[in-house]
Ligand binder design. Sequence first.
Ligand code: NAD
Length: 300
Amino acid sequence: MPDITFIGLGHMGAPMAANLLKADFPLKVFDLAPAAMQTAVQLGAMPTPNALHAVMNADIVISMLPASQHVEGLYLGEGRLIHAISPGAIVLECSTISPEVARKVHAAAKARGIHMLDAPVSGGTAGAAAGTLTFIVGGEASDLATARPILEKMGKNVFHAGGPGAGQVAKIANNMLLAIHMIGTAEALNLGVANGLDPKVLSDIMRVSSGGNWSLEKYNPWPGVMNDVPASRDYQGGFGVDLMLKDLGLAMEAALATRTSTPLGAAARSLYALHSNQGKGTFDFSSIQQLFKRPNQDWV
Ligand code: NAD
């Protein structure tokens, strides 16, 4: 059994680490938040006093941190974790970060003989808890072959997107499209309802017509149309507006870096910024439906 170190035990990291413990992997953990550490320790993980201790002699290092600056700071910043990781070890960096930062960490890792994979995930906290995440991986195919059995303890689908940073590119392209069809779905539903249609009837029609899409079919943003989605529980839980805004920011950075035209992605980022600035940052991203709310509408 390889020795695994897990750094970052937040909403996603904690259940991912719990699935590795369930599969009997010896797991060392570190998080800046003592409460996050405590939960993992109760499940059988070994606590470590800091990240440098945590990675010493580890065969596999997994990190799940909030954003680019945390990842760059951890691996290349003051503590220079990359120098404490053993050559030959594998780093699975699962946070959603900029492809550019992912490539920087890849290069530093490679220079030390460390095998790095960027492996952002899709599937949210429910997928993390159920062990059904999708991993979208960038890096060497041979490194992925070694890491695959570990990833499969935390996820159901593992895709090799391409070389270093490719996992992040695929992830942010996907989330940009997700934001666009969520906003489009909310706009279309609102148009129908404003003109007298029942949102469920309209959803049923569009679902099997050319307007059908994942947001409409699996994650309907109109309250009450579907059970068990955030829209039907006051937009609680799910994937937060501020996380979507972060991912759209990453998409815009990648577009700027390559002079790529992303007009709908830019509009989506702007609409999510507006929505967040109206105090909705912690609500599920399908709450963008509320941006279309008309006076005297009674559903929110
Ligand atoms: P989170 O804020 O809940 O957890 C991040 C954890 O990292 C926190 O516990 C924090 O204390 C810890 N941390 C930060 N800097 C650290 C450091 N230097 N050393 C050790 N620990 C450190 O975030 P999350 O929701 O778990 O998301 C993690 C990543 O996964 C993000 O990049 C996010 O975009 C991505 N993601 C999240 C979801 C979701 O639904 N939450 C879905 C897909 C992808």
